[in-house]
Design a protein around this ligand. Structure first.
Ligand code: C2O
Ligand code: CU
Ligand code: CU
Length: 462
């Protein structure tokens, strides 16, 4: 189990590369036109050793979803083949791309039916750590495994020795390796249903061998469906260089980074100088610390220094004009009505517990409800996000990146993000420029909340 696999580090698995001519090309891609492909599969896999879990779903025939890599500003096509027995789509979480490529059923495209394919093609404007997942029957497909990391490489190499994506998530697996029910309604109406087994890259507590004294870019992506947690590193020198794909204004220490479902943290880690020393990735739980992964120093120290790294360049995100910005209010609360409509194609849990502005999203249907708000292209807006519930809600907006302005509960740094982690009863104001036209999904990323009403969309007029 030790050692960094090709899949963790490189362009992805060979399966990601459609054109055979590209199959031998590893870390440093220099070609311009990129064509990749992924396949959605049913599979059986051993998350727990010697206890295979049947009924998994993934983006590869035989293992964890590949890390998809692309370059900032470079047009990439990804052919998605659906080999599941049901419809799906792929959403590229955090990428500010054309609306038609955003992967939301009916809002931006028709579901990709079983046996069919869809070719996504876009140019990522921002560099950083992102991820991808289905947006149809989302709870079940993600619970069965369909969450992968997507890396957009910086136009300019910051100078790390290695880059290590860490896909952090739980599975709900029972004592015989079988899936447990993916949610319990009583939890869905509260904070959500937690997993039973924590994994990194589909492995329980993996250990990675990394050169002593080297500089490593850890790309943490919380792709879990539910868990809001505190993460930290012990045993090495490290600091946070980016959150939710965007460089932080100044390097931040890692006491405990709080991340909800969908959030990411890029960490610059300097491996210890002495061979055999370990750095540990820890999840701080109320019940005690849990080690999620460890990194073991090998060989003679490379003696790298943080000062040798180039700072990350900011992503080209327009700065909102707070002087002229219009304020829009969004209230996240319980649902005024009870049951959800009969099974739409992309799945329903049969309940509506939650709402935005008192409207519960009915599920993905060919005639979606009206937008929660309409924004004029190019104008600045302040979104006042009010959580009137005693639970945390990571509120995510597709297609646009916003800046955190203030909270009524705590000081918050002026981060750029696509996901605002609203704590219990917190009101946060965030600002953006509505520069990307289209209908953009807007929802809680606790998937049970999303699927039971806490969803909607914002329209940016063309
Ligand atoms: Cu990762 Cu609609 O979201
Ligand atoms: Cu998204
Ligand atoms: Cu929520």
């Amino acid at each position: 189990m030790s050692g960094v696999t090709r899949r963790d580090l490189l362009v992805g698995s060979a399966a990601v590369l459609a054109a055979p001519a590209f199959a031998g090309i590893a870390a440093h891609r220099t070609f311009a036109a990129v064509d990749q492909s992924i396949e959605m599969h049913n599979l059986t896999h051993e998350i727990v050793q010697d206890m295979p879990t049947p009924g998994m779903m993934g983006f590869s025939a035989d293992g964890p979803p590949p890390v998809i890599r692309m370059r900032q500003g470079e047009t990439t096509a990804i052919e998605v083949r659906n080999r599941l027995d049901e419809a799906s789509t792929v959403h590229w979480h955090g990428l500010r791309i054309k609306n038609a490529m955003d992967g939301v059923p009916y809002l931006t495209q028709s579901p990709i039916e079983a046996g069919e394919s869809f070719r996504y093609r876009f140019t990522p404007p921002d560099a950083g750590t992102f991820w991808y997942h289905p947006h149809c029957n989302t709870l079940e497909q993600m619970a069965r495994g369909m969450t992968g990391v997507l890396v957009v490489d910086d136009a300019e190499d910051p100078g790390f020795d290695q880059d290590l994506p860490l896909n952090i998530r739980d599975f709900r697996i029972g004592s015989k390796g079988q899936f447990l029910e993916f949610y319990k309604a009583r939890n869905t109406a509260r904070g959500g249903t937690l997993g039973t087994i924590s994994t990194v890259n589909w492995r329980i507590d993996p250990s990675y061998d990394l050169p002593a004294g080297s500089l490593i870019r850890l790309r943490l992506a919380v792709t879990d469906l539910t868990r809001v947690g505190h993460y930290t590193l012990e045993g090495g020198e490290a600091h946070v260089i980016a959150l939710d794909s965007n460089p932080v204004p100044a390097p931040m220490t890692i006491e405990a980074i709080e991340m909800g479902p969908g959030q990411r943290a890029d960490i610059a880690l300097r491996m210890p100088d002495s061979e055999g020393k370990r750095v540990e990735l820890i999840l701080r739980k109320p019940s005690g610390d849990l080690r999620l992964a460890s990194f073991r120093a090998t060989g003679q120290s490379a003696r790298r220094q943080f000062a040798e790294l180039k700072p990350l360049s900011p992503n080209p995100i327009p700065e909102p004009d707070l002087g002229t910005a219009e304020t829009m209010e969004f209230v996240f609360g319980w649902s005024p009505a009870g049951d959800a409509p009969a099974n739409p194609i992309c799945g329903s849990l049969g309940y509506l517990f939650w709402s935005i502005n008192r409207i519960a999203w009915q599920g993905d249907t060919p005639d979606p409800l009206a937008p929660l708000a309409v924004m004029k292209r190019g104008k600045s807006y302040i979104l006042r996000l009010r959580n009137e519930t005693p639970y945390d809600h990571p509120i995510h907006l597709h297609g646009l990146t916003f800046r955190l302005l203030r909270s009524n509960k705590r000081p918050i740094p002026p981060l750029l993000t696509d996901t605002a982690l609203l704590k219990a009863e917190e009101t946060m104001e965030v600002a953006l420029v509505a520069d990307n036209p289209g209908d953009w999904a807007f929802h809680c990323h606790v998937i049970e909340h999303q699927k039971t009403g806490l969803a909607g969309f914002l329209r940016v007029e063309a």
